[in-house]
Design a protein around this ligand. Structure first.
Ligand code: THU
Length: 159
């Protein structure tokens, strides 16, 4: 038998330990929770994406009475960036969630569909996207979506 071991390294940092640019992205993700349309879940998520040219595109979760039609904050921000600046590689994303009058103490992590969407961008642009997950007790930082979604299918197998 052979075994493949996959390790994930998560750094847990305070806002002060982030660079100024990272902090700006996290604060933008927090701010974006205010534009969430989430009358069904009452769970407001904000996401902010930094592109290679330094610009920021941000989004929030948008729900719908027909539940599956809604969209997560991460893909809302990502598709917005792609639609407006397709020539710029995404280099970092920050995510924050607010519910019951407060930001979560422990961060949320992107759903499988968002991981897949952002992972494919890493392949397409040939560079990792740093993931910063905001929690009041600490910000989880992971180097890439490939780390969050190992054993990937990113389309390269079809070439
Ligand atoms: N949601 C996000 O926007 N991002 C996540 O990472 C997890 C979940 C949204 C989808 C839905 O509007 C609400 O949170 C509850 O699942």
């Amino acid at each position: 038998m052979k075994e493949l071991q996959i390790r994930l390294s998560v750094s847990i940092l305070s806002l002060d330990e982030l660079t100024a640019e990272e902090r700006e992205l996290v604060l933008k993700a927090k701010e974006m929770t205010k534009s969430s349309y989430s009358p069904y879940s009452h769970f407001s998520v904000g996401a902010a994406i930094r592109l290679a040219d330094g610009s920021i595109y941000a989004g929030s979760n948008q729900e719908n009475a027909a539940f599956p039609v809604g969209l997560c904050a991460e893909r809302s921000a990502f598709f917005y960036a792609q639609a407006n600046a397709p020539e710029q590689a995404p280099v970092a994303i920050a995510i924050a969630a607010f519910t019951g009058g407060a930001f979560l103490a422990k961060p949320i992590s992107p759903c499988g569909a968002c991981r897949q969407a952002l992972l494919e961008a890493e392949t397409r642009y040939g560079q990792p996207i740093k993931v910063m997950l905001y929690g009041e007790e600490g910000i989880y930082v992971v180097d890439s979506f490939r780390d969050l979604l190992p054993l990937t299918f990113d389309g390269s197998e079809m070439e």
